[in-house]
Design a binder for this molecule. Structure first.
Ligand code: ZN
Length: 129
């Protein structure tokens, strides 16, 4: 298991990228719009991990609501697991609160979100290796 990425909610990808790319020197490896989450995503590799910048494409988006409530900031931590289906089964059996069934997301990998009430207060994304 390893940390795949840290998800950061921003109001503007362009504005955030002017910091992460131009000032900090990271490079975008992937940009895409995830329709079902109503977000635009930019992935910036940082060593073995990545920073995922998330901008809402709709006021309905969970990212828009997050920013409305709490402002820009760290939105989730994503761990890559070797077997997502069995991990999800185990978590469900132990009463963890999952926010969705495994489904394909940015980059085509299967993922689920685990509610902060189960993880010590952090929204946790689990991704299939
Ligand atoms: Zn993510």
């Amino acid at each position: 298991m390893r940390i795949d990425h840290l998800g950061v909610a921003v109001t503007s990808l362009e504005k955030a990228l002017s910091f992460y790319e131009q000032q900090l020197g990271l490079s975008v490896s992937l940009r895409e719009t995830v329709e079902q989450e109503k977000v635009k995503v930019a992935m910036l590799p940082a060593g073995d991990s990545r920073i995922e910048l998330l901008e809402a494409t709709d006021p309905d988006s969970v990212i828009a609501k997050f920013i409305e409530k709490r402002g820009e900031g760290l939105h989730h931590i994503a761990l890559k697991v070797p077997d997502l289906v069995s991990t999800v089964e185990r978590l469900k059996q132990n009463g963890a609160r999952l926010l969705n069934d495994p489904r394909p997301g940015a980059g085509g990998h299967l993922y689920v979100f685990v509610h902060p009430s189960s993880t010590g207060g952090v929204l946790l994304e689990l991704i299939q290796e």
